[in-house]
Design a binder for this molecule. Structure first.
Ligand code: ACM
Length: 658
């Protein structure tokens, strides 16, 4: 397939209260296209104009045709017109993606190239003077080592003073600890992971030795709180105290940041750091369903999390656009539900085009990820997102999960009309129990996340099974049906020693007990409300913690913006608690997490660009006492950290704006 054979131009015009999109398909190929349709991904509601047919719109996947011109001969062009809300396309990220034309009999698919567009004329945000449009001048990568983006290298801080997240107290003294080739240490059982990690990360051989001869000494100090550590670096000795393995590991993260490798020697500036976390739950959620991120990308993400003392990896494994976890009892979930494209049970979404796109994690992959995370003191929290966001499961096992007689009509935020499991079918429970058997077997952590977000209005209203079930149980609302299902699953998880986690909507219907922990994503007040109501809360208010949001108003900055834009200062300014939190509520606010949805994030470089440096801001808010946080101090530490990231080949957004 030659990309230049088909070119699609977009002309965007505001007319009255709408955005009108004129699409011109130019057939530069040698082939006459018969019975053609144009397909692309646009996750916004649209209305076809006269002459244009909206054949289907499934999630983001649009199929358009012409009511007049069913043939598109070689060398000719055709125009299609549709409209939608003015806000439908404001940024480069909003433009239709994954364009292709399906044609002929048997059906063939020809990818199309995005040709011209006039985004500049309708974009509401600042627009970079056109340098091609698709290149992003804010990217800094390993090719720009030392640039660090901040332009503040001269007065930037280094070593112990540049640690992120900012420690509780830091005293720097004269002198350095320097070691070449061999680092001798005296450890204790709790220090094992810290020692293994240091050995892994430093260009040194590490060797156990007697206390008196060791250059690095790990000792238990039961007076320190969970995860805290005391680190003392002197010219001849580094001593580390902690009460637990996590404390030693956190000290190792600080040591790795402060280390300086020069000419085969590793050096540390002398000083003393006392440090303890604000929250014990410091997380990152990664969406591996909308786009599939390889196991290696997941492992690298875990590596980077550990460096900033993040200790919970919330792994979003299932969604409408893909089921990513091998389940032995239901192989069809990954045989069918892990793939999108023509001829698959799931259509292309978010630009993935006609070819087979997707992937999944085998049980071996999961075991590798879980143990890799555990070696970095990170607990993995698997998410099976139900009962909404379940289209991949429903399309994989329709014979089991779909009630044929259900005539309910609904359309959720992502425009699906068929993505919700039915809580009145016994098969739904059998299916989920079986899935959870395997999930609990694979993931040793405390929590299993069951999603529960964004179940649309209208669902289950025309389901005979649900009507009967509601009458039987005296339920009056769809929320109660969802609550019934989640209560069953909470008990099922409890019987396996696990706790249910969910998005904030998991409390709808008020059927969960208070062992449930929820992600408060809808704003800061909802976190307070739910913690005061008795639930554990992990705060992740979208305007601050959703790192799939664009950095700023620039129309060429990648990302969503439904919850506003989120630059470093916004992200750093996130304070998840409020004065309205009760004493008990404050204890139930167990932590916070960054969230990376990946509708727009396909490649590892895109993932890193969205995460860095904002993830460092989130890590600092999760770890550092609010009274010790200071934006300008944080920004002064960043060049040092960004240089370290660049040396690891990490792509990040630059801090300057040019
Ligand atoms: C969510 O953003 N749907 C949790």
């Amino acid at each position: 397939m030659n990309n230049r054979q088909l070119v699609v131009d977009f002309d965007l015009q505001r007319e009255d209260d709408e955005l009108v999109v004129r699409v011109t398909i130019n057939n530069h190929s040698q082939v006459d296209l018969d019975d053609w349709t144009l397909k692309f991904d646009l996750p916004k509601a649209i209305r076809p104009h006269e002459g244009t047919r909206l054949i289907s719109h499934i999630g983001s996947h649009v199929t358009l045709g012409s009511s007049q011109q069913t043939a598109l001969p070689s060398g000719e062009q055709v125009e299609l017109v549709f409209s939608g809300a003015v806000s439908m396309i404001q940024r480069l990220s909003d433009l239709p993606r994954g364009l292709y034309v399906s044609h002929g009999e048997p059906l063939a698919h020809l990818r199309a190239e995005l040709g011209s567009h006039n985004l500049e004329t309708i974009a509401t945000g600042r627009v970079i003077p056109s340098s091609g449009g698709s290149t992003n001048p804010h990217v800094a990568a390993s090719t720009e080592i030392g640039s660090a983006g901040a332009g503040a290298a001269a007065d930037s801080v280094t070593g112990l003073q540049a640690i992120v997240p900012r420690p509780t107290s830091t005293q720097v003294s004269a002198g350095v600890f320097s070691v070449a080739n061999l680092l001798t240490y005296h450890g204790c059982a709790e220090a094992r992971l810290a020692i293994v990690w240091l050995t892994d990360m430093l260009p040194l051989e590490c060797q156990a030795s007697e206390t008196s001869a060791a250059a690095m000494d790990f000792a238990i100090n039961p007076d320190l709180v969970e995860e805290a550590y005391l680190l003392r670096i002197e010219p001849q000795l580094i001593s580390i105290q902690a009460a637990d393995a996590a404390g030693f590991f956190n000290a190792a993260a600080t040591l790795l940041q402060a280390s300086d490798a020069v000419n085969n020697a590793v050096r540390w500036p002398c000083g003393v750091i006392e440090d303890r976390p604000r929250f014990n739950f410091r997380g990152l959620m990664l969406d591996c369903a909308r786009h599939f991120h390889s196991k290696d990308t997941v492992l690298r993400t875990l590596d980077l999390m550990a460096q900033f003392k993040l200790n919970r990896f919330h792994w979003h494994l299932t969604d409408d656009e893909g089921w990513r976890l091998e389940i032995q009892a239901f192989p069809q979930l990954t045989e069918r539900g892990a793939w999108r494209g023509e001829g698959e049970v799931l259509e292309a979404q978010f630009g993935t085009g006609p070819g087979r796109y997707g992937g999944f994690y085998s049980r071996d992959d999961v075991q590798e990820v879980v143990s890799y995370a555990a070696a970095r003191q990170i607990e993995v929290i698997p998410e099976i997102d139900i009962p909404g966001h379940s289209r991949a499961a429903l399309k994989s096992c329709p014979e089991l999960l779909v009630e044929e007689a259900d005539a309910s009509q609904y359309c959720g935020a992502q425009l699906y009309t068929d993505n919700v499991l039915n809580p009145a079918l016994p098969a739904t429970y059998q299916f989920l129990h079986t899935v959870l058997d395997e999930v609990c077997d694979l993931f040793p952590g405390e929590y299993v996340h069951l999603g529960a977000d964004e179940v649309p209005d209208g669902v289950w209203q025309q389901s005979p099974a649900c009507s009967e079930f509601m009458a039987e149980h005296g339920y009056e609302s769809a929320h109660e049906l969802q609550g019934h299902l989640l209560r069953d699953l909470q008990a099922y998880l409890a019987s396996k020693g696990k706790k249910l986690m969910g998005w904030e909507e998991a409390v709808h219907g008020d059927k969960l007990d208070h062992t449930a922990t929820v992600n408060a994503w809808g704003g800061i007040p909802i976190g307070t409300e739910l913690a005061n109501a008795g639930y554990g809360v992990v705060a992740c208010a979208a305007p601050f913690a959703y790192l799939d949001l664009a950095w700023d108003e620039n129309a060429f900055e990648p990302g969503y913006y439904w919850a506003g834009t989120c630059d470093l200062a916004t992200c750093y300014g996130y304070e998840p608690t409020t004065p309205e939190l009760t004493h008990d509520g404050a204890h139930r606010m167990i932590g916070m997490q960054a969230v990376l949805w990946s509708e727009l994030v396909r490649e590892p470089a895109e993932l890193e660009y969205m995460l860095f440096p904002r993830l460092l801001a989130m890590a600092e808010t999760a770890w550092t006492a609010p009274s010790d946080k200071d934006l300008s101090n944080f920004v002064a530490r960043l060049p040092f950290q960004l240089t370290r990231l660049e040396l690891q080949g990490v792509v990040h957004r630059r801090l300057d704006d040019r």
